[in-house]
Write a protein that binds this ligand. Structure first.
Ligand code: FES
Length: 349
């Protein structure tokens, strides 16, 4: 049997009709990518027939290296040493300046895409919190909150009916979820189920600086007088620390998934990723995404606009937004990303 050839190094965006059967080209020789045109004859490779379960957009593999045909699983990123060449078309993008708003300094890019430098937020005892992304920003699935807890214990918080993915930017301590307690270190992800409440304890004498992503999206959390005992034992692992052994390479970048549907049964994926000194090609995702810059400087590009990036900035990207994050720091840029629906961070087009 001959080997499948690479038809393209990015997947094909198609619109599927529920109940219709499609024949995905597995050999890579079809001129009607991603579908079969009969060119596989004599190769020993057969097309893959599949029936669409629902109407809507899908990314079908065109590199023919996916492990889960017909769908793109991000394997195309391993075919190149870099995350694509910059697009000339975007070099004339207008620089957007930051404007002061009640939420902080904000740069509005194309469509609903924006970069926010959060303000100081509201005080709840030792806790200070601010909503950085919500429905008023064009988000349809994810709300996000920036917080800081001075040494001590936060109030009990609950995002009723929504899953919460926390990321600890700095500090160490604990999170209590119902009657359970877990240690938390900087750059760990933590997951709280929709039915649960939680509180944070900064016990090292240093403040906890953190970020909370909530799905489905909603307002600031309820503050409860007492901790409800409920803890969903069907998801026992709630803390995922940074672990170089769990990194996945993606061309010249890497990422580690912290929270996702596969391990936590949630609809969002939270990951930490590293971008080297580089500017990637513009690309899109089928998901709604938020990014938090942990370290490094750079530029956020959309097709017609661009804005400066620095540590602490929050980025919102609507579904299908054309974009590129450029890193201008020699040491690279570290980011935390959260997106809906849950899938691999490597899937792009
Ligand atoms: S195009 Fe083949 S895995 Fe993405």
């Amino acid at each position: 049997m001959t080997k499948a050839v690479v038809a393209a190094v990015k997947p094909c965006l198609v619109e599927l009709v529920a109940g219709r059967t499609y024949f995905w080209c597995a050999c890579g020789r079809s001129s009607k990518q991603p579908y079969c045109d009969g060119s596989h004859k004599g190769t020993g490779i057969e097309p893959l027939a599949f029936k669409a379960e629902e109407n809507g957009d899908a990314l079908l593999c065109a590199c023919k290296r996916t492990r889960g045909g017909p769908w793109c699983d991000g394997s195309h990123n391993a075919l190149s040493d870099s995350y694509g060449e910059p697009m000339d078309a975007a070099t004339d993008a207008e620089t957007v300046t930051f404007v002061e708003t009640p939420e902080g300094a904000r740069a509005q890019l194309d469509s609903d895409c924006f970069v926010l430098r959060p303000g100081s937020g509201k005080q709840f005892g030792r806790l200070r919190m601010q909503q950085t992304i919500g429905p008023g920003d064009g988000a349809k699935h994810i709300s996000q909150f920036a917080g800081q807890l001075e040494a001590g214990t936060s109030p009990v918080l609950r995002f009723a009916g929504s899953d919460a993915a926390l990321f600890i930017v700095s500090g160490t301590g604990k999170i209590e979820i119902g009657a359970r307690s877990f240690d938390l270190a900087a750059h760990s992800g933590a997951y709280v189920r929709a039915s649960e409440a939680f509180r944070l304890i900064a016990d090292s004498g240093q403040p906890f600086v953190f970020n909370i992503s909530v799905c489905p999206l909603g307002p600031m959390p309820e503050i409860l007088d007492d901790m409800p005992a409920g803890f969903d034992t069907s998801v026992p692992i709630r803390i995922v620390p940074l672990d170089p052994a769990k990194r996945s390479a993606m061309a010249d970048r890497f990422y580690q998934v912290l929270v996702d549907g596969e391990h936590h049964g949630t609809q969002v994926t939270q990951f930490i990723g590293h971008i080297p000194l580089s500017r990637a090609a513009h690309h899109h995702h089928l998901y709604e995404e938020t990014l938090l810059v942990l370290s490094g400087d750079g530029i956020m590009w959309t097709d017609r606009t661009k804005a400066a990036l620095k540590a602490g900035d929050v980025i919102f990207l609507p579904r299908k937004q054309s974009h590129s994050v450029e890193c201008t720091s020699p040491e690279g840029m570290l980011l935390v990303g959260v997106f809906y629906p849950s899938m691999s961070p490597a899937i792009n087009y």
